[in-house]
Design a binder for this molecule. Structure first.
Ligand code: DQQ
Length: 661
C-alpha cells in the first residue's frame, strides 16, 4: 500500500530546492465565511509569504557558517555508535556536527558544520505535555500498567548522561496518563545477569492481582537473558521497590539463538487449554529472518520453550520489543474497547503482532489469527506481514509497547520518540528522547485493514482556549496565516474538502508519487500538497509541513498520501530532516481529516482518525517562543481546498515533578 522509502539512504543535510514559482501560480485567497478585511489581509500576506516560500533558498542566511567562536575553538567530538556493539539497535540519530576544526579525515569531512545552538534555542526544545524525565537519556517504554488507581510507566534510562548506556529503569506514576510524578529508579544494573543493562521488559498482572515483571538483562558478558522481578510491597500503590528473583536468569538464549539476539519479553497471556502463561521473545535466525519464540510457564518459576515459532518473516532481521495482543474486530460496541491480553481467541477477535525492526528502526504491525494449539500466528494478508507492511507511525516512533487499562477498558500504546539532532546537541541540552503521547489502539472496523491510534482522551483535558477557523478556502498556490497567540503547544483538528471539479478533472495517473520522493511540501501536483505549516516563522523560512497529496493510480482510483516534510523545519544542518509518510485509506463520503499535536520539538499527526500516523522531531531556531506561527497552505496547482472545520487549541503544560507525599 505504501510509500516505502529506504530511511537508511543518505539523508540530505541541506534544504531541498524549491520549484521555480511563476506569476501564474501566484495565490488568490478567499475566506467565504469571514470578513472582507481578513480576506484582504490574507491576500497580501499570502503574496509575501509565497514569495518568501519560493525564495528562501536564496536567503544568504541559509549559507550561515558556524560563528567564529565555535569555529576557532576546536572541540574534539566524534560521533559514537551506541547500541550495536552492545547487542541492540543503534541509539544515536546519525546526525553529527563537525567540530574537529582543521580536520579533513573520515566522517567529519562529510559532516555538516555545527550549528551554533544557543541556550534559548535548546531550552525551548523541552516539551510541555509529553512525558520526559527531568534530565538525561531515555529510550523504550517498559512494563506499563495500571495498579491500585495509578498508571505506571517504567522506561529505559541512563541516570548519568544524555546518551544511551548504563541502562536502568526510570519510573513515574500518573492518575491520568498525562500528569506524571517522577519516582526513584525502579531497577538498576546490580547483578551479573543485568550488569550491562536492565533492558526492556513487560508486566503481567495475574488474576490474584500479583504483578510479575519479565525483563531482559545484558549480563556481565553481554549475553541477553530473561529475568523476573516483583514488587517488594504489593500494598504500595507506588510500586517503588522491586525485588529481582533469586532464580534469575530464568531464561538463557536457547540453542540456535545468538547470545545477543534474545530480548524484550512480552506481557504473558493465559492459555486455559494447558493451564500455562505464555509470552514471546524476539530474535532472528541464521538466515536473517525475524522470528518470535514463545515460552510457557505454569507459575513463573518453571519455564519451557514452546516448539516451533509464533512467526517468522524472511529478510527482516532482528525483531526487538515484540508486542502481541488481541483486538475486537466484530462491528458493535466491543470494537470500541480494548481487550485484555488473555482474552480468548474467537471469531470476533484477531491478534496484532508488532515488532521493532533493528535493521531500520521502525515499528511494524500486522493483524492476524492466533492459534494457541499450534503456537502460530498468521497475518490476514501476507503481503502486509510484519516488517514489510503497516507501521504504527511513519516518522520517528520505536520500541513501542501496549498495555490493557482495566480502569477504562482500553488498550494504550506507548512509543519511544528519539532525537533527530546530534548527540553533541543532546549533551548540550542535557536530555534526549521523549515518549509519544499515549494512544488508544482499536481495530478499524470501517477499513478492516488497519488499527486506529488516537491520543488518549485525557489529552483533551489540556486544551485551553481555542480558535475556530472553519470555512477558510485556500486557492491553489496559497498560504494563509492562522492567528494563534502561543503556537508552541497546540492541539489542531482539521477537516478538508477538495474542489469536486478538480477531482473529476484529474484523469491522468500520478502513480509515481510517494511522500519521500514527491518533493515535500514544495513539490506541486494537481491535487496537493495541502495542509498545515506548524512551528513556522513569519516569513516561512522555517516550517514543518503536515499535508495530504491526492494522486490517481493506474487503476483509476484516487490514493491519498499523508506526509510530514521536515526539510525546512530548522535552519540548523546538524539534524536529520526527511519527508516521511504513507498512504491513508479514505472511504467514500469521508472528508480528509487530521489531528496534529505540536509540542515544541515534536509534531505528532493522526490522519483519518488515526489510520496513518506520523511523528517528527524538529528543532527550529527562529520559529520559537513568540515567533512561532501556524499557516494553512495549498501548494496544489489546480484545486482549491476548503477547511470545512478547523479548530486550534492552545495546550497547557503538565508540569511533571518529582513525587512528594
Ligand atoms: N532497547 C533496549 C533493548 C531493546 C532496545 C536496550 C530497543 O532491550 O531491544 O536499551 O530500543
Amino acid at each position: 500500500m505504501d510509500d516505502h522509502h529506504p530511511d537508511s539512504t543518505p539523508l540530505p543535510f541541506s534544504y531541498a530546492p524549491l520549484p521555480a514559482g511563476s506569476a501564474a501560480s501566484f495565490p488568490t485567497e478567499r475566506r467565504r465565511t469571514n470578513t472582507r478585511l481578513l480576506s484582504l489581509a490574507a491576500v497580501s500576506f499570502s503574496l509575501l509569504a509565497l514569495a518568501a516560500f519560493l525564495s528562501s533558498d536564496r536567503d544568504p542566511r541559509n549559507a550561515r557558517q558556524p560563528d567564529s567562536s565555535s569555529a576557532s575553538s576546536p572541540v574534539s567530538f566524534r560521533p559514537v555508535s551506541r547500541g550495536p556493539s552492545d547487542g541492540v539497535s543503534e541509539k544515536a540519530s546519525g546526525a553529527f556536527p563537525t567540530l574537529l576544526s582543521g580536520t579533513t579525515s573520515g566522517d567529519s569531512a562529510a559532516a555538516p558544520p555545527p550549528y551554533p545552538w544557543t541556550n534559548d534555542m535548546l531550552q525551548w526544545q523541552r516539551t510541555g505535555f509529553h512525558f520526559q524525565p527531568p534530565r538525561n537519556w531515555m529510550n523504550d517504554p517498559n512494563g506499563p500498567l495500571w495498579y491500585k488507581g495509578l498508571y505506571h510507566l517504567f522506561y529505559q534510562y541512563n541516570p548519568d548522561s544524555a546518551v544511551w548506556g548504563n541502562i536502568t529503569w526510570g519510573h513515574a506514576v500518573s492518575r491520568d496518563l498525562v500528569h506524571w510524578a517522577h519516582l526513584p529508579l525502579a531497577m538498576v544494573p546490580d547483578h551479573w545477569y543485568d550488569l550491562r543493562g536492565v533492558w526492556t521488559g513487560s508486566a503481567t498482572i495475574l488474576p490474584t492481582g500479583q504483578i510479575v515483571m519479565l525483563y531482559t538483562g545484558s549480563t556481565n558478558e553481554s549475553v541477553q537473558v530473561q529475568n523476573l522481578a516483583v514488587p517488594a510491597d504489593p500494598s504500595d500503590p507506588l510500586l517503588k521497590t522491586w525485588v529481582k528473583s533469586d532464580s534469575n536468569p530464568v531464561l538463557a538464549p536457547p540453542p540456535g539463538i545468538g547470545p545477543k539476539d534474545f530480548r524484550d519479553p512480552t506481557t504473558a497471556w493465559y492459555d486455559p487449554s494447558d493451564g500455562t502463561w505464555k509470552f514471546a521473545v524476539g530474535s532472528k535466525d541464521g538466515s536473517h529472518a525475524g522470528i518470535v519464540i514463545v515460552y510457557r510457564t505454569p507459575d513463573f518459576v518453571r519455564y519451557e520453550l514452546v516448539p516451533g515459532l509464533l512467526h517468522r518473516v524472511p529478510g527482516t532481521g532482528m525483531w526487538e520489543c515484540v508486542d502481541f495482543f488481541p483486538v475486537a474486530v466484530a462491528e458493535g460496541p466491543e470494537a470500541a474497547e480494548g481487550m485484555e491480553a488473555s482474552a480468548a481467541a474467537g471469531p470476533g477477535v484477531r491478534h496484532v503482532l508488532k515488532a521493532s525492526m533493528d535493521d531500520d528502526r521502525h515499528d511494524y504491525y500486522a493483524i492476524g489469527t492466533y492459534d494457541a494449539g499450534t503456537n502460530t500466528w498468521q497475518p490476514e494478508d501476507e503481503r502486509m506481514d510484519v516488517g514489510i507492511g503497516l507501521r504504527y507511525d511513519w516518522g520517528m516512533f520505536y520500541a513501542s509497547k501496549t498495555f490493557y487499562d482495566p480502569a477504562r477498558r482500553r488498550r494504550v500504546l506507548w512509543g519511544w520518540i528519539g532525537e533527530a539532532d546530534s548527540e553533541y546537541a543532546d549533551v548540550l541540552k542535557g536530555w534526549a528522547s521523549l515518549q509519544a503521547v499515549p494512544r488508544t489502539v482499536l481495530f478499524d472496523t470501517k477499513t478492516r485493514s488497519n488499527l486506529l491510534q488516537w491520543p488518549v482522551e485525557e489529552v483533551e483535558k489540556l486544551r485551553m482556549s481555542n480558535k475556530n477557523f472553519s470555512g477558510i478556502t485556500i486557492d491553489a498556490g496559497s498560504v494563509f496565516p492562522l492567528n494563534i497567540t502561543r503556537a508552541t503547544q497546540l492541539d489542531i483538528e482539521a477537516e478538508f474538502e477538495i474542489e469536486e471539479e478538480a477531482l473529476a478533472m484529474m484523469v491522468k495517473a500520478d502513480v509515481g508519487y510517494n511522500c519521500s520522493t514527491g518533493g515535500g511540501a514544495a513539490g506541486r501536483g494537481m491535487l496537493g500538497p495541502f495542509g498545515l505549516l506548524v512551528l513556522a516563522n513569519e516569513r516561512l523560512s522555517e516550517r514543518t509541513a503536515v499535508y495530504f497529496y491526492i494522486a490517481r493510480g493506474i487503476d483509476g482510483n484516487l490514493r491519498t498520501h499523508f506526509c510530514h516534510d521536515e526539510l525546512r523545519s530548522s535552519r540548523a544542518n546538524d539534524i536529520i530532516k526527511r519527508v516521511v509518510g504513507s498512504t491513508v485509506p479514505v472511504l467514500d463520503g469521508e472528508r480528509l481529516s487530521v489531528r496534529i499535536l505540536v509540542d515544541h520539538s515534536i509534531v505528532e499527526s493522526f490522519a483519518q482518525g488515526g489510520r496513518t500516523c506520523i511523528t517528527s522531531r524538529v528543532y527550529p531556531t527562529e520559529a520559537i517562543y513568540g515567533a512561532t506561527k501556524v499557516f494553512l497552505f495549498n501548494n496544489a496547482t489546480s484545486a482549491s481546498v476548503t477547511a470545512r472545520s478547523l479548530t486550534i487549541w492552545e495546550m497547557d503544560s503538565t508540569f511533571n515533578h518529582p513525587y512528594s507525599t
